[in-house]
Design a protein. Structure first.
Length: 152
């Protein structure tokens, strides 16, 4: 990953996206327990989600909550450094994690924003609405060049 910011310095990075079925906020260590439970219970579903097929995340054997916390801290540092933006997908009311959205430079072409998202298996019906909401949000409110986001 590049150390360069993904967005211009004068861009105010959104702190939330509100939709009727969910809301997004920056992923942080306060989400660790709920995030860890969300993806751990949905490994097969996530690995079958467009954008994750053939990848190595999530790990098929899971990982300890402490390692998940380290990952959340890394994502929060990337967000603060404007190098990448990870949002947790939460229930509309409350703090239950139901998914995640990642906005990072593409590894092969950093001028392209690589976006991926997942939802828990028990919220699979939200995958397409999340894709549509995030796609519209990025197009309408973010100063990104080309975006690669696997269609639903």
């Amino acid at each position: 990953m590049t150390a360069d910011p993904l967005v211009p310095a004068d861009f105010t990075v959104p702190r939330e996206l509100l939709a009727p079925e969910f809301r997004l906020e920056p992923l942080g260590e306060q989400h660790n327990a709920s995030d860890h439970a969300a993806w751990t219970d949905s490994i097969g579903h996530i690995r079958a989600t467009p954008g994750f097929v053939g990848g190595n995340w999530p790990p098929t054997d899971g990982m300890p909550a402490e390692r998940n916390l380290a990952d959340l801290r890394r994502h929060a540092a990337d967000f603060e450094g404007r190098r990448g933006f990870t949002y947790t997908v939460l229930e509309p009311a409350g703090d239950e994690v139901i998914g995640c959205v990642y906005i990072y430079p593409d590894r092969e072409d950093p001028s392209v924003a690589a976006v991926s998202s997942w939802v828990r298996a028990d919220r699979a019906h939200l995958d397409a609405p999340l894709y549509r909401a995030v796609s519209a949000w990025l197009t309408g409110h973010w100063p990104l060049g080309p975006v690669r986001y696997a269609e639903r």
